[in-house]
Design a protein around this ligand. Structure first.
Ligand code: HQG
Length: 187
């Protein structure tokens, strides 16, 4: 396996540990989602994975979505967003762009049209600032469908938006009244 492929595999496990299930590496996160780096490395090694500080630094630096951050002296690490467990990653409130995009798949549309976009397993609904990114989010599950959202109207109505360290827009819920018509993927 190439180093890149190994890093991607380790990164997947890191996301599992830092967002959903820290006990998979036998560790805990603090209230702000931080894991102790030494504990994380030894916990990951206990599962049979080969990882050292240089590898972890490289994974964080080269991650395609900047999913993780270190604290200043690199003794702690956390995921920037995407958690299903209740941690407070101190997200900053922000004024969203006029439109935001949610990538999903056709089969969820009837329910989404009826109930709006729900957080499902995660702490927030995830929205993208551009169409292409949302398409890629949807593509994880099949042929993508992108819902275009009137974020300007939501903000005007007092709905709070947060911007994660890696540029994902988050909110609690998007009601169907804020949808423009879903658009097909761009060829
Ligand atoms: C759908 C990845 C039926 C929703 C991505 C989505 C993103 C509904 C799925 C981040 C629904 C939830 C998050 C409703 C929402 N009825 N289905 N009422 N409301 N859904 O994975 O947005 O690579 O929790 O459309 O790039 O897909 O992990 O959310 O399909 O940024 O860093 O329910 O995860 O980032 O799925 O993805 P998810 P998501 P990472």
């Amino acid at each position: 396996m190439t180093q890149e492929a190994k890093d991607i595999k380790l990164g997947r496990f890191l996301s599992l540990v830092l967002r959903h299930n820290p006990s998979a590496a036998g560790i805990t996160l603090d209230a702000h989602g931080w894991a102790d780096v030494d504990e994380l490395l030894s916990g990951m090694r206990r599962t049979g994975r080969r990882i050292d500080m240089d590898t972890l630094e490289r994974i964080v630096r080269e991650n395609n979505k900047r999913r993780y951050s270190f604290n200043e002296n690199h003794t702690k690490i956390r995921a920037n967003q995407g958690h299903s467990i209740p941690v407070d990653v101190e997200l900053k409130k922000g004024k969203p762009p006029r439109r935001l995009y949610h990538g999903t798949v056709e089969r969820f549309l009837p329910s989404i049209r009826q109930e709006g976009i729900q957080k499902m397993g995660r702490q927030y609904v995830h929205l993208s600032a551009d169409f292409r990114t949302a398409e890629n989010v949807g593509r994880r599950r099949g042929t993508p469908v992108v819902i275009v959202i009137d974020a300007e109207a939501m903000a005007r109505d007092g709905i709070a938006f947060y911007l994660s360290e890696n540029g994902v827009w988050l909110c609690d819920y998007v009601a169907p009244e804020y949808f423009f018509d879903p658009e097909p993927p761009v060829e």
